[in-house]
Every structure is written in structure tokens, then in C-alpha cells.
Design a protein around this ligand. Structure first.
Ligand SMILES: [Zn+2]
Length: 335
């Protein structure tokens, strides 16, 4: 991305092993993230930035210290590089690894090949070579599924809970899937887009709320005997969505927030009297990857349905445009 709105696919030098803990992967599939739209729309500064942080692929080469993956393995990696051994990683927060880095900043996986640092901690091999039909779902695990899952866990979705989901993008939809898998009985998806409503229902939403802002909050209260939801997933990152999430949560309830916050300021006094739990941030996808890969492998979940447009890598610019114009929920790029 050379500048806002300016995406070009260009030849770059092939990545090489630099550190003994690196792996080089041939990217089978990558995708465009909702968070890639912030710089695309000029809402985050950008200049000549390599793009992409979601990826699945085949290991082509490993450094001498890599032990957990081998050449030929099909792998899924998190959007954050992590060693998976430091104290923060071991506590389940690999997205804040002491030796971590964001793939989007330094690696860029909207590409044919990528160098993955700390390969042992970052990559998880699948049980075998996947059927082509599983690839979109495995790719989803790399970010949107893992992020939606973390949001649902952070919001303490589970049996007997009513879960509300703010945001009908890929992460919000994956939050619905996760809430259902975690056993939530009632799942309220907030969306005004008919196709996304349909997908939300496919993934387990029991109710749809079309209203936004304070009207949306009133509707959630109406559906929950005036109390608000036990668990609220915030998957947008704006002031409006964050306040909608906080105000939709009942006292004692939990908000799991995973939308990358942009100009969000929380009112302290309102927060004080809300009596709720707030837990969020960049999702530690690596914590969930082994379980999510197994669920996909066993065909118990089908997160790949969030990809509603597939393009060859060369047409990445069209993919950005389609997502920016909300013609596509999420674009898969084949290398
Ligand atoms: Zn770590």
C-alpha cells in the first residue's frame, strides 16, 4: 500500500532465512483484513507498506533451530509472531509476547512467500495436507476466527448466557460462531445487512437487532428483561460501537473488545457506575490455534464461509476496493 487507496502488487526479493529460528513458507492463501481498511481509507498513516497478516501455507525452508515444524508441513500462523515460551505467552497472551512483533508491520503475507520469525512459537502444523475445501476455514483461524473466539472467551460467553455481538464484519460473525460453540443459548447479532444477518443466523445467532447506538442498546435491554446481555462482543473499534457494547452489558457482565480502537475515549464516571468487566486487545490467536485447527479438521465448524470473494493475488487492489465498498465481507487471495 503506497498510500491510502493505492494498492499495487509488485515483485520483491524472495525472503531468506535470517535468524536460526525462522521459517520460509510458500503462502497458499492470504486475505484482506478489516483492519487493512483503516490505512486504505486514510484513517491511519501509510506509506509504501507491505501488507497482510493472515496466512496459511507450506513450509519451504527452516532455520537450524526450528524443531516444531518441518519442510513440507502445511501450517497456520497467528497474525502476531510469538515465541510461545516467555512468561506472557505461557499465561495465554501470545499477542503480547515479550519477543513478539506484528506480522502486518514486518512480514506482510499478501505475498507468494513469507519469512516467519520464531517459527516454533508462531506456526502450528495441521494434522496432514488439507483438502482444498478446508483452506478458507484454516485461513480464517489465522485471525478472524481466533479473534472472534478470544472476544467470546473474554466476554465469558457460555451456557446460560445471553451474548450480544456489536459488529457484523468477519470478526463479529466469528464471535457468533464462537459463542455458539462455547454453549451460549441466546446470541443477538447487531446488523442491518441482510446477507450478514443470514450468515449470523447460519453461525448461531438467535436474534437480530438492526438498530444502532442508543436505539440498539434499548433493543438489547428490551430483549433481556431490561437487564442487558451477560456477554457483549465488540468487533468494530469506534466510539459508537464501544459505547454500544458497554451500555448493552448488564451489571456484572463482560465485554470482550477486539475491534482495533480508533479515537475511542471512555467516560470514567459512566464506566465506574456500569459495574462491568472489560477485557480485550489484540487477540492471542496462538492460544486457540491447536483447538481451532482440530475443530476445522473434524468439520465441526465452517468459518471459511466468511470469505465471499476469492481473487488471485495480482488482483489484490480490487479486493481492497470490494471490501472498502462493503461489496465483500472478506476477500481471500490465492497466491
Ligand atoms: Zn512470548
Amino acid at each position: 500500500m503506497h498510500a491510502a487507496g493505492d494498492v499495487r502488487v509488485e515483485e520483491r526479493e524472495d525472503p531468506k532465512i535470517i535468524e536460526p529460528t525462522d521459517a520460509i513458507i510458500r503462502v497458499t492463501a492470504s486475505c484482506i483484513c478489516g483492519s487493512d481498511l483503516w490505512p486504505y481509507r486514510g484513517l491511519e498513516p501509510v506509506k509504501d507498506q507491505i501488507m497482510g497478516h493472515e496466512y496459511v501455507g507450506v513450509v519451504e525452508e527452516i532455520g537450524p533451530e526450528v524443531k516444531n515444524v518441518k519442510v513440507g508441513d502445511f501450517v497456520v500462523g497467528s497474525f502476531v509472531i510469538s515465541d510461545n515460551t516467555c512468561e506472557i505467552c505461557r499465561s495465554g497472551y501470545q499477542s503480547r509476547c515479550m519477543h513478539g512483533e506484528f506480522v502486518s508491520a514486518t512480514v506482510g503475507t499478501q505475498s507468494e512467500k513469507a519469512r516467519i520469525p520464531l517459527a516454533d512459537g508462531t506456526l502450528v502444523a495441521t494434522p496432514g495436507q488439507p483438502d482444498p475445501g478446508l483452506i478458507p476455514s484454516l485461513l480464517a483461524a489465522s485471525d478472524v476466527l481466533g479473534t472472534g473466539w478470544f472476544a467470546a472467551v473474554a466476554a465469558e460467553a457460555g451456557p446460560g448466557k445471553t451474548v450480544a455481538v456489536v459488529g457484523d464484519g468477519a470478526v463479529g460473525l466469528m464471535g457468533v460462531l464462537a459463542a455458539k460453540q462455547l454453549g451460549a443459548g441466546r446470541i443477538i447479532a447487531m446488523s442491518r445487512n441482510p446477507q450478514r444477518q443470514e450468515l449470523a443466523r447460519f453461525y448461531g445467532a438467535t436474534d437480530i437487532v438492526q438498530e444502532r447506538g442508543d436505539e440498539g442498546v434499548a433493543k438489547i435491554k428490551e430483549l433481556t428483561n431490561g437487564l442487558g446481555a451477560h456477554s457483549v462482543i465488540e468487533a468494530v473499534g469506534t466510539q459508537e460501537s464501544m459505547m454500544q457494547a458497554i451500555r448493552s452489558t448488564r451489571p456484572g457482565g463482560h465485554v470482550g473488545f477486539v475491534g482495533v480502537a480508533h479515537d475511542v475515549e471512555l467516560p470514567g464516571l459512566e464506566l465506574f457506575f456500569a459495574d462491568i468487566h472489560l477485557h480485550g486487545g489484540p487477540a492471542p490467536v496462538r492460544r486457540f490455534l491447536p483447538d481451532l485447527i482440530q475443530l476445522i479438521w473434524d468439520r465441526k465448524i465452517d468459518p471459511g464461509k466468511v470469505f465471499d470473494l476469492t481473487l488471485p493475488l495480482e488482483e489484490a487492489a480490487e479486493g481492497y476496493k470490494a471490501m472498502d465498498e462493503r461489496r465483500a465481507i472478506k476477500v481471500l487471495l490465492t497466491a
